[in-house]
Design a protein around this ligand. Structure first.
Ligand SMILES: [Zn+2]
Length: 289
């Protein structure tokens, strides 16, 4: 609560706040520019590719590329309307059946864990989760969360150098979106989640994915009970049943967009969990050579 007041005060005093073009909400972004966030996203993403087991299974990668390309096109067209540059998109599958998660770092650097495939079921479901994660990036939620954290932690001067401090790196990368991978779980606020749900549904609809698929996705998330309940996704994406209610209220606004859109194929996804012999999984190549 004190931190919110502090941020509100800073927004009055400094030109450190911007009105987000997609939500109309004023965001505290400190000294962080979108291009700084994108730079941090690119280097963090490279670190993930170097350290995590990247799946080369075509059955998992092809749908991710297809859905990712459609969502990317819708997002870039929307960004262009705001005079913003296209993102430098990349899509990878991380071979980790235990992690039910997906994220998009600033600049459009996307990872889906194999553990989330059974929740998605088909490409509509993948479009919903992709739309949601890309919405966080378009809305600069990562930059906002790192900025407010750094402000609360030690003031603007510290914030300016913190991004270059390796010890803060994991925390900053978690703030930018790749929480589970860097070992810090930093939840998005309820407000960020609502905004990403709303913008994400619109993105999915524009890209040709049925927004109604969101209901099933979040119901399956909610159905992961007890010990199977994935810590990462639930600590960063709380309240599946509340968000279903909100999204149902938004359906009448997004369905007409979906009806007008060029529909994308909706193939079933392979059930990554429990596959007997996942094909050709390998650690990602180092950049040497
Ligand atoms: Zn989210």
């Amino acid at each position: 609560m004190r931190s919110l007041l502090l941020i509100a005060a800073v927004c009055v005093l400094l030109p450190a706040c911007k009105t987000n073009p997609y939500t109309g909400r004023s965001q505290f972004l400190g000294l962080s520019s979108e291009s700084d966030e994108i730079k941090a996203g690119i280097s963090g993403y490279q670190q993930v590719l170097d350290e995590q087991p990247i799946s080369t299974d075509a059955d998992l990668n092809e749908p991710l590329k297809r859905v990712g390309t459609a969502i990317a096109k819708a997002a870039d067209a929307w960004r262009a309307e705001q005079g913003e540059e296209p993102f430098q998109w990349e899509f990878h599958v991380i071979a980790d059946d235990k992690t039910v998660n997906a994220w998009c770092m600033p600049g459009g650097k996307i990872a889906f864990y194999t553990g989330i495939y059974p929740i998605l079921v088909d490409e509509n479901g993948m479009g919903i989760v992709m739309g949601h994660e890309v919405a966080h990036a378009m809305l600069r939620h990562g930059g906002e969360r790192v900025s407010s954290q750094k402000l609360v932690a030690g003031g603007l001067a510290a914030a300016a150098v913190a991004t270059r401090d390796n010890e803060n790196r994991g925390l900053i990368m978690a703030g930018l979106g790749a929480g589970a991978t860097f070992g810090y779980i930093m939840p998005y606020s309820r407000l960020h989640e609502s905004e990403a749900d709303m913008l994400g549904l619109e993105l999915a609809a524009r890209a040709g994915y049925d927004p109604r698929a969101a209901i099933g996705v979040w119901e399956r998330m909610a159905g992961l009970g007890g010990g199977d309940r994935p810590a990462e996704f639930f600590s960063t994406h709380p309240d599946p049943l509340n968000r279903i209610k909100e999204m149902q209220q938004q359906m009448p606004q997004v369905l007409p967009t979906y009806e007008r859109s060029k529909k994308m194929p909706n193939s079933k996804l392979p059930n990554a969990l429990g596959r007997k012999a996942p094909r050709a999984m390998k650690p990602a190549k180092k950049k040497s050579k």
